[in-house]
Design a protein around this ligand. Structure first.
Ligand code: SF4
Length: 425
């Protein structure tokens, strides 16, 4: 039996660079979903001048610069600070983990999620108690407008429930929420976060995230400690699909071009190009999403179409039909020291088969370098898990499930996928 993956329990940041197979990885943190074209252009330049020219857009809608060295990190941080993408200190950076609605402040919505993200970040960075939150602790702010965040997992969610009420939900309790007035929502979320710190402290720091606390103490412990009453509440909005994201789009009065790079991995020249599109054809801003896509906001559909046509020339993802969207793969070897095999090297061969077995969310195959499953926590039609001798194959589950077939060669993997693709899984 192979050893399980190492649980680090921390996230890379600008002040906490993570050693990887290709050098140090640092995070450029945006507060909220908005990135200006100038910020994007400078990120591309920093990636070239201080790193290896690669930029990741993570599932937390944050940018990561790769291949930074000890010699260049100070320069990278100085330049991130100059464009407002560096937290004031390591403590502030560690706890400021917020995902906000991609179209915040643009599309019709109950409130401005980016403004709320700014206020939440200020509180997280000011309050000494909250510095004890675990580094992966994530807040989500969904304004109820276009592009719902309902499929994104977070510890504490602030969601528009109606024009008068905001639902505050916690991980591990999908059917209940505290319903509060808009003015009280931030306070309620912060009370839950402080209650988490208190309960975690009382239980010898044994809870890594809210869902593990709920599993151990039940659904009521956290809201009770926070002084909040939970009621039956069901989130009814449909999750976002690739067809809502990629290509030229219109949501109400908002136009945008949705553009992605495979696995959210951008080359600096591609990133610089989209920054220029955003400036020349768009409104000068891009929106970060947790779906590994950038949205370039435009004044009209023609401009969005022009951006899509240009992005296509750079082989970026501009359509929900793109086969590369059917495969999710973590960086694998050699970038990740924990990986037991290469992952992304196989994707172009596997993608056409994966597309034939996709589930409702457009993903057919998850390829993971180890059992940690960083790239996807939820189930996939097929999960391929690298092992000491090839790949284990898991059906309709995630990396933590028992494999149906073990230690397959790559040729055997292709045969198995072809058979499933032939019968539509
Ligand atoms: S899942 Fe992939 S990226 Fe995550 S630790 Fe394992 S090999 Fe590394």
């Amino acid at each position: 039996m192979q050893p399980g993956p190492e649980i680090k329990g921390w996230c890379p940041g600008a002040f906490a660079p993570m050693p990887s197979g290709d050098g140090l990885l640092i995070r450029a943190k945006a507060i909220g979903s908005r990135l200006t074209a100038d910020q994007a252009r400078e990120i591309a330049r920093i990636a070239v001048d201080c790193g290896n020219g690669l930029i990741d857009l993570s599932q937390r809608a944050q940018l990561q610069l790769r291949g930074i060295s000890e010699a260049t990190i100070a320069e990278a941080l100085r330049r991130l600070e100059a464009i407002g993408m560096l937290a004031p200190n390591a403590d502030a950076e560690r706890v400021t983990n917020i995902i906000a609605s991609p179209l915040a402040g643009l599309a019709r919505s109950a409130f401005d999620a980016n403004m709320m993200a700014t206020r939440l970040a200020a509180e997280l960075q000011r309050d000494a108690t909250l510095r004890a939150l675990p580094p992966k602790f994530l807040f989500l702010i969904d304004d109820g407008g276009a592009l719902s965040l309902t499929d994104v997992e977070a510890d504490i969610c602030i969601e528009a429930a109606s024009t008068e009420e905001i639902a505050i939900r916690i991980a591990g309790v999908p059917d209940r929420a505290a319903l509060v007035a808009a003015n009280d929502s931030l306070d309620a979320a912060l009370r839950l976060a402080r209650a988490f710190v208190e309960l975690r402290d009382r239980h010898a720091n044994s809870f890594r995230r809210v869902d593990t606390l709920v599993e151990a103490l039940g659904a009521e412990a956290l809201p009770r400690t926070a002084g909040l009453a939970m009621r039956v509440y069901e989130e009814t909005r449909a999750p976002v699909r690739w067809a809502h994201i990629f290509g030229a789009q219109r949501r109400g009065a908002v136009f945008y071009a949705g553009v992605g790079a495979p696995f959210g991995r951008w080359r600096a020249d591609e990133f610089a190009v989209v920054a220029e599109y955003a400036r020349n054809e768009g409104t000068g801003e891009l929106r970060l999403t947790p779906w590994r896509a950038l949205l370039l906001v435009t004044q009209d559909e023609d401009a969005a179409q022009r951006i899509v046509a240009c992005a296509r020339k750079h082989d970026l993802i501009t359509s929900s039909d793109d086969q590369r969207l059917a495969v999710i793969a973590c960086p694998g070897a050699p970038e990740c020291p924990q990986a037991l095999a290469e992952t992304r090297a196989h994707v172009l061969e596997l993608a056409p088969l994966a597309q034939k077995i996709v589930g409702a969310d457009g993903v057919g195959l998850h390829l993971s370098g180890c059992a940690k499953g960083c790239a996807r926590q939820s189930a996939s039609p097929i999960t391929l898990l690298a092992c000491a001798e090839g790949f284990d194959l898991i059906e309709n589950a995630g990396t933590d499930a028992a494999p149906h077939l073990r230690s397959l060669t790559f040729e055997a993997v292709m045969r198995e996928l072809s058979a499933r693709a032939g019968r539509g899984q």
